[in-house]
Design a protein around this ligand. Structure first.
Ligand code: NAD
Ligand code: UDP
Length: 346
């Protein structure tokens, strides 16, 4: 069969496919003509995302409710389908929770990844895109951060990402049949432009953008800005916010790279631009017409002053770069929140 035909007919498996980044990546892949199989245990997502995906993309996907730590369930899944590649999002991501529950985090994130790799090995599927994070750079010595910067972990969540990265590096060195793309995301925000899918955190949001949108919609009274004495131009923390649809496109570009080059890579996915908390708050108010009440409070333990990506390698190897600006990120995040004040549970 011709290679491009094979690509379109063999589905791509997306673990954590009901989650925030997984669901947006599913849309991007389906829009590019792929069939996808989503696997998720729904421990941090809602089955209602599936109706939304159907509204956006029709029936080009299949959903399997399963835990990636369940080897038998994965074997059954691979046995009945000819999977071309796997994109592995499934895992837990709350830093604070990981400090309180390190065992659970290692079980899902490291145990889950080992279980998935073993099932892939048994099925002879050796092409993987892995969700890593800029957290592996710890408190960076300088910005922008290139992929060659030293790696470290400052909390159990970050350690699980680093352990998985190390494991994947060992695997690709040991067996050249494995092709792995390690993608280090900076700060994903925003939502699909339809407002049908988006980020739906449970409880009080840890992250800045969902907190801002919940203040704007009237669910929270004011944003706590963690620190105004950082060594940054306005004293608030600086991050590299990237639109989730740009991030989703980065996964497609990484898959194409693995197919084309037949070799592994590790690459940052960010915009390459640092934005402060104050700048994000101001941009959100300007774009949406909703001023965000806020107060300055102490720094959050474990935070760093500034973190943004050197995106040279992604441009060079993947031919990919972020296209949506900060205003668009705010606009899309707000549309999702305004249309779905209670997330998927409305
Ligand atoms: P998310 O929680 O929305 O999605 C993760 C999905 O995985 C959820 O739907 C959850 O139910 C599922 N899941 C968790 N453990 C599972 C298991 N054992 N078996 C099957 N399904 C399981 O999170 P997200 O923001 O979409 O993040 C996706 C990935 O990207 C994660 O690995 C995360 O660590 C990584 N990441 C996220 C960010 C971010 O800011 N959102 C930044 C860097 C990296
Ligand atoms: N932040 C804040 N208030 C909040 C949440 C976050 O001031 O309620 C700040 C935080 O200190 C950091 C930036 O916003 O400077 C991004 O934080 P987030 O948790 O979204 O991402 P991360 O810290 O993982 O980069």
């Amino acid at each position: 069969m011709h290679e491009s035909t094979t690509r379109m007919t063999q589905p791509i498996l997306i673990t954590g496919g009901a989650g925030y980044i997984g669901s947006h990546t599913a849309v991007t892949l389906m829009e590019a003509g792929h069939r996808v199989v989503l696997v998720d245990n729904l421990c941090n997502s809602s089955a209602r995302v599936l109706d939304r995906l159907r509204r956006l993309c029709g029936d080009a996907f299949e959903f399997v409710q399963a835990d990636v730590r369940d080897g038998a369930a994965l074997d059954a899944l691979f046995e009945h389908r000819t999977i071309a590649s796997v994109i592995h999002f499934a895992g837990l991501k709350a830093v604070g929770e990981s400090v309180a529950q390190p065992l659970r985090y290692f079980d899902h994130n490291v145990g889950g990844t080992i279980s998935l790799l073993q099932a892939m090995e048994r099925a002879g599927v050796r092409r993987l895109v892995f969700s890593s994070s800029a957290t592996v750079y710890g408190d960076p010595a300088s910005v922008p951060i290139p992929e060659t910067a030293p790696l470290t972990a400052t909390n159990p969540y970050g350690r699980t990402k680093l352990v998985c990265e190390d494991l994947l590096r060992e695997l690709t060195h040991a067996d050249a049949r494995w092709q792995v793309a390690i993608l280090r995301y900076f700060n994903p925000v925003g939502a699909h432009e339809s407002g049908l899918i988006g980020e739906a955190p449970s409880g009080v949001p840890n992250n800045l953008m969902p907190y801002i949108t919940q203040v704007a919609v009237g669910q929270r009274d004011a944003l706590n800005i963690f620190g105004n004495d950082w060594p940054t131009p306005d004293g608030t923390g600086v991050r590299d916010y990237i639109h989730v649809m740009d991030l989703a496109r980065g996964h497609l570009a990484a898959l194409r790279y693995l197919e084309r080059e037949q070799k592994s890579l590790t690459v940052n996915l960010g915009t390459g631009t640092g934005v402060s908390v104050q700048q994000l708050v101001d941009t959100f108010a300007r774009v949406t017409g909703h001023p965000i009440a806020h107060r300055h409070v102490a720094r959050r333990p474990g935070d760093v002053a500034a973190c943004w990506a050197d995106t040279t390698l992604a441009r060079k190897l993947l031919g990919w770069q972020a296209e949506h600006d900060l205003a668009r990120m705010c606009e899309d995040a707000w549309r999702w929140q305004a249309m779905n004040p209670g997330g998927y549970e409305d």
